[in-house]
Design a protein. Sequence first.
Length: 298
Amino acid sequence: NLNAKHLKKLGSVDVGDRYLQGIDVDIVGEKLYIMVSKLDGSFIVRTDLNFKNPQRIANNLRFATDLAISGNKIYWMESNAREDEPHSGIWTIFNHRIKSANLNGSNVKVLVRNFAEALTLDVFGPIPVDDSVPFTVDSAGKKLYWTANGEVWRANLNGKNRQKVASGIYVTGGLGQRFFTVGSSNAVPAAPTNIDTATPPEATALLPNYPNPFNPETWIPYQLAAPADVRISIYAADGTLVRRLALGHQSVGIYASRSRAAYWDGRNDLAEPVASGVYFYTLTAGDYTATRKLLIRK
């Protein structure tokens, strides 16, 4: 329950030597969708909410990351991957694309393709901040968002009407980050730095946190179309309130850079580090509320 009572283990899914790269819930259909991934191939599993009746609904994917459900569609990021030298542990990730499919895995479509430079991963390094070019789905606004070469782009859910909405987006290392490069730079697109002074937003919105996944800290950006008292609440997957960030009364604007976005150090209200896993963060600004998910990897 949302009060953390009656907590129980729902079940598990056997993923072999692969790992869970994304999970989302189809509330209407009462199904879980799980991205099971590895550099040499990925697949999507659909289960009941109690993890029973697992089914593979999308096989033979390339290196696939993230996963989002919006309406009657699944969305995910997929890239080609090749090891530079046998057993070197250095992989090049390229030909990035965003795909969609029906909830049963049929009617796979490429929505956006070849939009970012190659990315290099050292698989023998520590756990990364992110293994791919980040993307997310804004179900309310019916938009796709993704980063590409230091810029944030968006498009309609069918991949059309592409627009650049921000630039100057980089993370330059940090605790828990694996060494990697994007193109010829030693930085990966991840975090807005210069869009706070842009045209005032037309709508209040909660934006994707960055980096994500992360360890141990992350920034939560948002934008306000009207002045409001702002609060960020962070919940564990079982609904337990982990941390509340009271940000006070704020004016119209885009709060995206590290100096303005909400900051979470990965600790609860008792200043204790929280465990690895999926968490949810909710923005409350006046009458507006919205929730997104984040992932801590340790």
